[in-house]
Ligand binder design. Structure first.
Ligand SMILES: [Zn+2]
Length: 289
């Protein structure tokens, strides 16, 4: 395999592995890789490669909020034409790229899409079309083969290639939208709670989640922090497992299935009956359960 192809694939593998652990990835994690992955903004080419590797949209960019249509984003040409030309060559050669979308300012965090492909450009309006669905252009990815046939009446198999394409497309669109929504939701909720667990006040951002207090609704354009609560990983799991809940007065209620030992006492029962640490703005308090 060509050296450049290998580097490109290794980089993509690296950022996808990071994504398993982070909804939005802090810059500090990105610098662990030997090759530079991104510039401050715009089109970036590391010294090791002949063509562009990544595209970064910052939070201040006018496109940061709303240009993602379905799974595609319009990306304006940058001022340096040789960089635009490099991206055009990436499109022609169908080279996989990484797309970084900043969702938090300082310290910065990014939602990452990889591999993405530039599927077109327009010299008149000076913009690229980047597809974030993480599928090679023109490639029809059929739904994963079933390991075991289940006799479910609701199961429906697509009958024609166009149906498969349509299903794949809608799946890709919702995956892109969901990934963005979750990162922005977490950011907004953690912000409202001063980056603290509402139960134990733990204040280490990588260990904090925005738990959904209402069951998964479709991602909406507007984020409502009342649909979430900031919890550390342990209290989030306990919340989802119905071990830890809150009552109408926002007091913590802990229900354990078995007799409690030292760990359960320290990490769960110690908070039973206490008040949640809620945002100072009452309009941001979570919805009643
Ligand atoms: Zn906690």
């Amino acid at each position: 395999m060509l050296d450049e192809t290998r580097i490109r694939l290794e980089v993509i593998h690296f950022v996808r592995a990071l994504r398993e652990r982070w909804l939005a990835i802090p810059t500090s994690e990105l610098s662990r890789f030997t090759v530079h992955l991104k510039g401050q903004q715009g089109i970036f080419k590391p010294a090791e490669l002949t063509e562009a590797l990544s595209i970064t949209t910052t939070i201040d960019n006018k496109h940061a909020q709303d240009t993602i249509e379905g799974s595609r984003v319009l990306y304006d040409y940058v001022s340096r034409d040789h960089e635009n030309d490099s991206l055009k060559r990436c499109a022609e050669a169908e080279l996989p790229l990484i797309y970084f979308l900043q969702v938090k300012k300082r310290p910065p965090e990014y939602v990452i899409f990889a591999p993405v492909y530039v599927v077109g450009w327009n010299d008149e309006s000076r913009c690229f079309i980047v597809d974030l669905s993480e599928q090679k252009p023109g490639e029809v990815v059929s739904p994963a083969p079933l390991r075991r046939q289940l006799p479910l009446p609701v199961m429906r198999t697509p009958e024609s290639p166009s149906e498969i394409r349509e299903l794949t497309r809608s799946y890709a669109v919702s995956t892109v939208q969901r990934r963005l929504y979750e990162a922005r939701f977490r950011n907004a909720v953690l912000n409202a709670y001063g980056e603290r667990c509402a139960v134990c006040r733990l204040r280490i951002r990588p260990l904090l989640d925005a738990a959904h207090v209402v069951s998964d609704r479709e991602p909406k354009p507007d984020i409502n922090v009342r649909e979430g609560i900031a919890l550390c990983a342990t209290h989030h799991r306990a919340f989802d497992a119905n071990i830890l809940r809150y009552d109408d007065e926002y007091r913590i209620r802990v229900t354990l299935p078995d007799r409690a030992g030292e760990g359960e006492l320290a990490m769960l029962l110690a908070f039973d009956g206490r008040e949640l640490h809620l945002p100072s703005d009452r309009d941001q308090w979570p919805e009643a359960l």
